[in-house]
Design a protein around this ligand. Sequence first.
Ligand SMILES: *[C@@H]1O[C@H](CO)[C@@H](O)[C@H](O)[C@H]1NC(C)=O
Ligand SMILES: *[C@@H]1O[C@H](CO)[C@@H](O)[C@H](O)[C@H]1NC(C)=O
Ligand SMILES: *[C@@H]1O[C@H](CO)[C@@H](O)[C@H](O)[C@H]1NC(C)=O
Ligand SMILES: *[C@@H]1O[C@H](CO)[C@@H](O)[C@H](O)[C@H]1NC(C)=O
Ligand SMILES: *[C@@H]1O[C@H](CO)[C@@H](O)[C@H](O)[C@H]1NC(C)=O
Ligand SMILES: *[C@@H]1O[C@H](CO)[C@@H](O)[C@H](O)[C@H]1NC(C)=O
Ligand SMILES: *[C@@H]1O[C@H](CO)[C@@H](O)[C@H](O)[C@H]1NC(C)=O
Ligand SMILES: *[C@@H]1O[C@H](CO)[C@@H](O)[C@H](O)[C@H]1NC(C)=O
Ligand SMILES: *[C@@H]1O[C@H](CO)[C@@H](O)[C@H](O)[C@H]1NC(C)=O
Ligand SMILES: *[C@@H]1O[C@H](CO)[C@@H](O)[C@H](O)[C@H]1NC(C)=O
Ligand SMILES: *[C@@H]1O[C@H](CO)[C@@H](O)[C@H](O)[C@H]1NC(C)=O
Length: 865
Amino acid sequence: MGCVKLIFFMLYVFLFQLVPSSSLLHLCPEDQALALLQFKNMFTVNPNASDYCYDYTGVEIQSYPRTLSWNKSADCCSWDGVDCDETTGQVIALDLCCSKLRGKFHTNSSLFQLSNLKRLDLSNNNFTGSLISPKFGEFSNLTHLVLSDSSFTGLIPFEISHLSKLHVLRISDLNELSLGPHNFELLLKNLTQLRELNLDSVNISSTIPSNFSSHLTNLWLPYTELRGVLPERVFHLSDLEFLHLSGNPQLTVRFPTTKWNSSASLMKLYVDSVNIADRIPESFSHLTSLHELDMGYTNLSGPIPKPLWNLTNIESLFLDDNHLEGPIPQLPRFEKLNDLSLGYNNLDGGLEFLSSNRSWTELEILDFSSNYLTGPIPSNVSGLRNLQLLHLSSNHLNGTIPSWIFSLPSLVVLDLSNNTFSGKIQEFKSKTLITVTLKQNKLKGPIPNSLLNQQSLSFLLLSHNNISGHISSSICNLKTLISLDLGSNNLEGTIPQCVGEMKENLWSLDLSNNSFSGTINTTFSVGNFLRVISLHGNKLTGKVPRSLINCKYLTLLDLGNNMLNDTFPNWLGYLPDLKILSLRSNKLHGPIKSSGNTNLFTRLQILDLSSNGFSGNLPESILGNLQAMKKINESTRFPEYISDPYDIFYNYLTTITTKGQDYDSVRIFTSNMIINLSKNRFEGHIPSIIGDLVGLRTLNLSHNALEGHIPASFQNLSVLESLDLSSNKISGEIPQQLASLTFLEVLNLSHNHLVGCIPKGKQFDSFGNTSYQGNDGLRGFPLSKLCGVDDQVTTPAELDQEEEEEDSPMISWQGVLVGYGCGLVIGLSVIYIMWSTQYPAWFSRMDLKLERIITKRMKKHKKRY
Ligand SMILES: *[C@@H]1O[C@H](CO)[C@@H](O)[C@H](O)[C@H]1NC(C)=O
Ligand SMILES: *[C@@H]1O[C@H](CO)[C@@H](O)[C@H](O)[C@H]1NC(C)=O
Ligand SMILES: *[C@@H]1O[C@H](CO)[C@@H](O)[C@H](O)[C@H]1NC(C)=O
Ligand SMILES: *[C@@H]1O[C@H](CO)[C@@H](O)[C@H](O)[C@H]1NC(C)=O
Ligand SMILES: *[C@@H]1O[C@H](CO)[C@@H](O)[C@H](O)[C@H]1NC(C)=O
Ligand SMILES: *[C@@H]1O[C@H](CO)[C@@H](O)[C@H](O)[C@H]1NC(C)=O
Ligand SMILES: *[C@@H]1O[C@H](CO)[C@@H](O)[C@H](O)[C@H]1NC(C)=O
Ligand SMILES: *[C@@H]1O[C@H](CO)[C@@H](O)[C@H](O)[C@H]1NC(C)=O
Ligand SMILES: *[C@@H]1O[C@H](CO)[C@@H](O)[C@H](O)[C@H]1NC(C)=O
Ligand SMILES: *[C@@H]1O[C@H](CO)[C@@H](O)[C@H](O)[C@H]1NC(C)=O
Ligand SMILES: *[C@@H]1O[C@H](CO)[C@@H](O)[C@H](O)[C@H]1NC(C)=O
């Protein structure tokens, strides 16, 4: 029984209770009551389980422990979730969806004694690690079986095919469920009464046989690894209402060219990420009941297919991630249009269609991100009063942002990033904003106050504009903020002391590349959730704030390019998740002392202390602690991004200059391991322990006062791409073993006291003079002094060759928090927040439809990339 029906059932129970108790029959057979109680006792109720769950259509269901009320003193037919046959008193229905049950579901479960069951719903519980017992196949009278989203795993037993009376079968799960070979065929062949089949995300790995129930109204098979060609018969099921096949790239769908038998009944058609053969046929014009069409990522090209313009009842139209081109036509027929998503196409022209003289009352979602739209947004747009989500990012739109956008009363998500909008950000009328992303434009003026008075704002991303003024401390009232990105603007003044106390949600604080000054007065309070702090490129003075030690989740700390005057903050090593630390270009000084603690900095992957005044020996003990760098990830050849449960790095784009080139927007790879200690006053020998850091890609020790030899242990740095030891006092020969560093692309050993023969071999054959100049004693290719031959003649021209003092070809990076694929990252994060915080109150204000889109994007993201 569907959970929705439960309400009616409860109503029924309620009315039933009103009947004088003397007339109550004790209907429920003793053994069945006992079986139910035994079943109940097999599980615990998880008090931490979320209070909400969602059925497969996205409808919210209240989650509560239905079994808690079960007790012997009441008739089991009156128990919550239990329904009995009116005449025989047998238990015929059990609905325990969203009941917070947790535990293992054993095959000896007493549930299987309830052999009269007709309806069984155990969805949305937590039976992690349980297999679906073959005994489910013994409920021979079952018409409804729902086992979705309860973390069942393993093979779905073929015995389910015995349930020949089934009308509804839903066994979907994001976990590892699969159907054995041929079992899909068996299932479809035998379940001749099926109305609804939902195997969302079950690994079916099969073709779809054409022998299936003619009663099907609902076929829900997304992300199931289906193959082959979809039988045309599916489109001719005369009762078909919902068809969901998205996320099956190996499934070929060929739409019938003649009118479909389902054309009057079909309401939802989701074919995102399937292989659509041929063009969209005229027959689409007849789909008069179609409300929702999702044809994203299906290689559609050319203009928006004409037959789609006849879908007069369409409410949601998703054609994102295709190659659609041409201007956006007028959309006069879509009277009921609610969501329109045409993002990630090649559409050009302007948004004039918005100013057409028609009503857009129904429109809630409009997504044209990542196209080639040009010109300004028309200013004379009216009637969009229900618009909640507007995505126009990554186009070529310009001009000022028209006032109607700021006046939208129900706006929730606004993403206009990566265009060339100019002018000021006006005050927003909406009080329901969750995401405001205006980064990468040419906006100026202060941050409007209305943005600081929001109840639900979670993402405020305004970086890369010309926004000026101070940040008011009222920003700290944004208790729902997850990411604050104000980087690369003209903000000035001090950083409000309170930002470190926004501990409820804030994960990411990016104030880089502004003109903030003064000491970092912020106190990062105990219990904060910050993962990313970038204050890079300001005029901050004073010390590295000691309260950073309270940022237990900190993964990235970038305080580079400031004027901090401190000794090395060794204590940062206690932050257990710290992966990226940049303190470059400050006034940090003094020797880096060893603390003797070997557990410091163990997860660090990028360490940049360049351009400071550090002195003394290289910090051997810290280098020895860098456990994360002592591994080579086997997949290092592929750009695998730093992944953490929070996906926060997904949107952390950096400009890393590795291999002597600037790479804009290089993401931080899991494999990217960098040590830059250049431009300090380090002295003494290079510790051979560096040779243990086998994951290193870039090592820069240039412009110090290092002496001694190049350790032969460097031969172990087998994935090293860039090595710069220039401008030191290093002596001795270049170890011949370095010839084995086959990934080395950049080598700079210039201006040292090296002697002897330059190693020969693949990589070494590719380095030019500049790699070696300023070492009078070096010989061999590419230098003119030959190796192994006495009495060489050196040409004076060569000796005098002046080095062009290029900036050391190493890292010069700055963090820029930039959302990727607009809603995507935000979606992922919101979804994560939902999961991790048990749906905070503010989240429930968010429209379900938005959530569906986000979930959809998340699934796409997971499956596509
Ligand atoms: C519920 O959460 C609390 C706090 O996180 C934890 O201490 C407790 O063990 C959890 N209970 C269960 C049953 O998981
Ligand atoms: C058993 O359930 C009945 C009705 O739901 C309730 O009135 C009674 O208090 C319960 N008894 C116990 C021991 O929980
Ligand atoms: C059911 O089987 C499990 C393990 O297979 C066992 O731990 C449990 O005691 C059994 N329960 C009953 C009621 O037999
Ligand atoms: C199935 O239902 C039929 C009729 O409704 C009944 O006669 C039969 O006993 C039921 N079978 C089981 C196993 O409950
Ligand atoms: C489900 O229960 C298992 C332990 O039985 C637990 O580890 C897991 O976190 C739970 N999953 C959810 C989503 O609560
Ligand atoms: C198919 O259904 C029939 C009853 O209609 C049943 O007897 C048979 O065992 C089922 N076959 C399989 C393979 O489940
Ligand atoms: C589709 O629309 C076009 C005009 O836009 C019209 O000529 C055609 O008859 C329509 N087709 C159907 C089946 O309604
Ligand atoms: C910005 O938009 C341009 C096209 O207008 C696109 O090539 C680029 O990838 C976008 N940048 C980001 C960070 O989305
Ligand atoms: C906007 O871009 C168009 C070209 O796409 C250009 O003709 C126009 O001058 C631009 N307007 C502004 C205000 O920059
Ligand atoms: C830092 O805060 C202290 C008090 O907490 C205050 O006295 C001092 O002026 C502040 N410094 C700056 C630069 O804001
Ligand atoms: C750092 O601060 C100290 C005083 O605390 C001062 O003597 C020194 O000159 C400063 N160093 C630099 C480079 O500004």
